[in-house]
Each structure stands twice: as structure tokens, then as C-alpha cells.
Ligand binder design. Structure first.
Ligand code: SF4
Ligand code: SF4
Length: 65
């Protein structure tokens, strides 16, 4: 139960990071990643993953794993 960022599609815009309720998104060296250990898919917080809703590249960039 987690999301993953497809690096080839990510433009490092940063829009996903501040909306994550579990602080699961990191941006070390401009590479955005989701910590699969702490990502809850926003269960109990939002109807859909907030990072996915925020991402300009949408579901080609942030995918369910
Ligand atoms: S699905 Fe929700 S909890 Fe998981 S990384 Fe995206 S915003 Fe954070
Ligand atoms: S919102 Fe999408 S394109 Fe922007 S940093 Fe996050 S995953 Fe990458």
C-alpha cells in the first residue's frame, strides 16, 4: 500500500511534497522519492492520494505499487 514516483516522468517541480500528510516524500539532490514504508496512500486523510492529485504529470508519474 504505497505510491511510487516514476523518475523518468518527474520534473522535480516539488508540488507533491508539501501535500503529503505523512511526510513520506523526500527530495535529496532534486530527486523526488516516496518512502514506501510510511506512505499510506493517504488512507484516512484524503479520498485519493494527495501527491497524485497535486502532480502536474498525474498518474503517469505517481503510480500505485
Ligand atoms: S499517497 Fe499520500 S501518504 Fe503516500 S506519498 Fe502520496 S501524499 Fe504521501
Ligand atoms: S509533483 Fe510530480 S513532477 Fe512534481 S516533484 Fe512530485 S512527482 Fe515530480
Amino acid at each position: 500500500m504505497a505510491m511510487k514516483i516514476v523518475q523518468a516522468e518527474c520534473t522535480s517541480c516539488g508540488d507533491c511534497k508539501p501535500v503529503c500528510p505523512t511526510n513520506s516524500i523526500t527530495d535529496k539532490g532534486g530527486i523526488y522519492k516516496i518512502n514506501a514504508e510510511t506512505c499510506t496512500e493517504c488512507e484516512g486523510e484524503h479520498d485519493a492520494p494527495a501527491c497524485l492529485d497535486a502532480c502536474p504529470a498525474g498518474d503517469s508519474c505517481i503510480v500505485f505499487i
